[in-house]
Ligand binder design. Sequence first.
Ligand SMILES: [Mn+2]
Length: 205
Amino acid sequence: MTKFNENRIALIKRKTNETNIEVKVNLDGDGKNFIDTGLPFFDHMLEQLSKHSLIDIQLKCIGDLQIDAHHTMEDIGWALGKAINDALGNKRGIKRYSFNYLPMDECLTRCCIDVSGRPWLIWNVFLPGITIKKIETEIFREFFQSLSQAAGFTLHVENLYGTNTHHILESCFKSLAISLREAIKIDPQNSNNIPSTKGTLFGSN
Ligand SMILES: [Mn+2]
C-alpha cells in the first residue's frame, strides 16, 4: 500500500442564507458515500462521482429548494471542490492529468482534467431535456463550474453524442469520476515530487 505524507481528508462547513452544507472527503477511500442534498437525482449523480472516483464523500445540504435547485447545486460544487482541494494539500506525487471516454448506452462523454490549481471549465454538453426530476438541466453546468473553480481543476467535459438526458448527465459525472480517480492518484514513480516545472500547483501564475 502506498504511504502518504498526510491523510488526504478534509471537512468543509459552509452556511449562508441560501444553503447550509457540511461535506467531508477522503481521497484515499473506496467510494463509500452518504449524500443528502434534498434532490434525489443529484444525490444519484454525486453517488456516481464518489463510487467511481473512490473518493469517500459524506455530504449534507439544506438548501433553499423552495426557490429552485440553483443555489443548492452551485454551493455544493463550491464546497465539494474546496474539500477536494484542501485534501490534496500541496499535490505532491499526484499524477495530475487524466482523461476518460465514458460510454453509457447510446451516449459517449469525454472528460479531460488537469489538477492544476488553475480553474477553467469547458462544458460542451447539450441537454435535450429542459428539466429532470424538477431540476432545470442548465444548473448542472453551474455545479461543474463551481466545482472546477473551488477545486482548481482545468476541466473539459464534452458529450460527443447521446439522446437521453439522464444518460448524458450520468456519463458526465462518471467520466469526471474516472478521470479524477487517476489524476489524484499518487504516482509511485514520482511520489516525492510536485508534478510541475514551476514547483507549485497552488495558483494561476
Ligand atoms: Mn442512473
